[in-house]
Design a protein around this ligand. Structure first.
Ligand code: PXP
Length: 241
């Protein structure tokens, strides 16, 4: 499995003091040097962490594949069409939430999702919808033309190590297989960490994991390069780093 590193929390830390440190672009460069598959950033409506300038600068970095997470709004569509990131992941967004709390309801706004996706695909941007492991949402995405889904692993992450883990994991795995049978490619992410990530290898053909918080949290102790290398090795199934 490939690793996409979400560097939003570097920006969260920077914005805590309103200055320039830690430098988001330097973080992106470190991730690139670790040969991660993507740099992921979520440009939120309220710009609470990543700012427009960050996205623009990351987009300009050579040999960096930018995965832009964004809400399904006209403003974000305009930004994506202008910047042409390699990929966009369309996520739900609520102002009050601490982080993306659940998957997007694609089924409930299918017409909008189809219209939203079309111009992005025409610009050769790879489109993914961030959804819960739910058959209705998966079949809705299959009608949008988007080639990817990203499965929300938040419930799995919370259930990990509890009596619920097996049930929740099987739902996640079943959803991934169901989506693949529709011809969709499957990424996953949210709440994955150094302990719970290994079970993702039990899910066939996952393409990429997008991981942010646990990597940035570990980086505080071991440095970003080491934290990324360790997670990349876990994604690749390598034993020792
Ligand atoms: N994937 C998506 C679509 C997300 O919104 C997030 C959180 O921003 C992540 C992955 C990464 O989640 P975490 O920070 O918990 O690893």
């Amino acid at each position: 499995m490939l690793l996409g590193v979400n560097i939003d929390h570097i920006a969260t830390l920077r914005n805590a003091r309103g200055g320039v440190d830690p430098d988001v672009i330097a973080a992106a460069r470190i991730c690139k040097d670790c040969k991660v598959a993507s740099i992921t950033t979520h440009l939120r409506e309220d710009r609470r962490h990543i700012k427009d300038k960050d996205v623009e600068e990351i987009r300009m970095l050579p040999r960096v594949r930018l995965n832009l997470e964004m809400a399904m709004t006209d403003e974000m569509q305009e930004i994506a069409l202008r910047l042409r990131p390699h990929a966009v992941c369309i996520v739900p967004e609520k102002r009050q939430e601490l982080t993306t709390e659940g998957g997007l309801d694609v089924e409930g706004q299918l017409k909008r999702a189809i219209e939203f996706t079309k111009p992005l695909l025409e610009k050769n941007i790879e489109v993914s919808f961030f959804i819960d492991p739910d058959v209705h949402q998966i079949s809705a995405v299959s009608k949008t033309g988007a080639p990817f889904i990203e499965l929300h692993t938040g419930r799995y992450s919370e259930a990990f190590g509890t009596g619920e883990e097996e049930k929740v994991f099987e739902e996640l795995k079943g959803a991934a297989i169901f989506a693949q049978n529709f011809g969709l490619k499957v990424n996953a992410g949210h709440g994955l960490n150094y302990r719970n990530v290994s079970r993702m290898h039990e899910i066939p053909n996952l393409v990429e994991l997008n991981i942010g918080h646990s990597i940035i949290a570990r980086a505080v102790f071991v440095g970003l390069e080491q934290a990324v290398k360790e997670m990349k090795a876990l994604c690749e199934g390598v034993q020792n780093v």
